[in-house]
Design a protein around this ligand. Structure first.
Ligand SMILES: [Fe+2]
Length: 349
């Protein structure tokens, strides 16, 4: 049983935050295994307490007011983290988070900051990609965070050449990543390695990084000996709500001047699960991927990533320069407003 605690005490505050999190977990009517794992790891409650808290009536504004003002933003960010854990932000979850923000007395700006922080800023900061160094990129991510159906950062893909690959892999290992899979492409010769790292406070989903190692001897923009980083960021992938219409999202971004280098590409695995992707135009060497998991009948996620899936992207990249050359100067300027041609990374230690 939970011990009653006095108003404004840390115990009360911690109970209210735990109840916020439990309400978010239950908001979409289902409690998924990743959510249970996150609850176990991050709510330090005695055995049975979560169940007891879950039986209490929904939090009122008076309950939320028991959280100290300086802890309210953190409480909302924690609730956002849990809502994003399965990459699927249900309308009920979004509605509940808006109600919490209001009940906590946070302004609309603070509420949207909390959302943006958990959806895009924190996952990138943890990889050394920060807003002050990359204003155009974060302007674009803000636009994405305001666009219905775009959920959060799914992964970042870096590129390097063979001579730097050992140093790059060591960098990711030092940050706690370990190799998950490897694919070789032949039409566009390269090795593609996926690396994962477990959950952390505030980012309650496994973090994913891709590393593409080119074996060609094409001249590089920066000679290896002068590199500050052993790799560069090639693309950021943003996950799309499974119920969203990719074409609607594409049209919304195009209205702001964002250009795309591919149509919506669709792949299916043998179990019927699908993966839909589209890629923005490159300007320079950087672009954004939008990826939508379409679960199969058994609810399983797409499990068909293979060299051919990756070749599709490289086929599009092969024609990217010609596409860019075909744009009018104003079309190029509109796209460049949103995306940088190169993303600055924090210096490696
Ligand atoms: Fe990707």
């Amino acid at each position: 049983m939970l011990e009653p605690s006095s108003p404004h005490s840390e115990a009360t505050e911690s109970q209210i935050v735990s109840r916020m999190i439990l309400e978010v977990v239950a908001a979409d009517g289902q409690v998924l295994e990743p959510e249970v794992r996150w609850l176990d790891e991050h709510l330090s409650l005695p055995p049975g307490a979560a169940l007891a808290l879950a039986r209490l009536p929904p939090l009122t504004n008076a309950d939320l007011a028991l959280i100290r003002p300086r802890a309210r933003m953190d409480a909302l960010q924690r609730a956002w983290s849990v809502a994003m854990v399965d990459s699927d932000l249900a309308p009920e979850e979004e509605h509940l988070l808006a109600r919490f923000a209001e009940g906590l007395g946070l302004s609309p700006l603070e509420a949207s900051d909390a959302a943006r922080s958990r959806r895009v800023v924190l996952p990138l900061e943890r990889l050394g990609i920060t807003a002050p160094e990359n204003p155009a990129l974060f302007r674009f991510l803000e636009l994405c965070a305001r666009t219905d159906g775009i959920n959060k950062v799914s992964h970042c893909n870096f590129v390097t050449e063979s001579p730097c690959s050992k140093v790059s892999l060591e960098h990711w290992c030092d940050l706690g990543f370990h190799k998950q899979g490897e694919w070789n492409t032949e039409r566009f010769p390269a090795r593609h390695i996926s690396l994962t790292r477990g959950r952390a406070e505030g980012v309650p989903w496994d973090e994913l990084v891709g590393l593409t190692i080119r074996d060609d001897d094409a001249p590089q923009a920066t000679p290896i000996s002068q590199r500050v980083q052993p790799h560069e960021l090639q693309h950021i992938s943003l996950s799309i709500d499974p119920r969203a219409d990719m074409e609607v999202i594409r049209a919304a971004l195009e209205r702001h001047g964002v250009r795309f280098m591919t149509p919506v590409l669709t792949d299916h695995d043998p179990a019927g699960a699908g993966l839909r992707r589209m890629f923005t135009a490159t300007q320079g060497r950087f672009f954004i991927e939008f990826a939508q998991q379409v679960p199969g009948e058994d609810g399983q996620h797409f499990d068909g990533l293979c060299a051919e899936t990756i070749e599709d992207l490289y086929q599009a990249l092969d024609g990217a320069d010609a596409d860019w050359a075909s744009l009018t100067p104003s079309e190029r300027a509109a796209h460049t407003h949103w995306l940088p041609d190169h993303v600055q990374l924090e210096p490696a230690d």
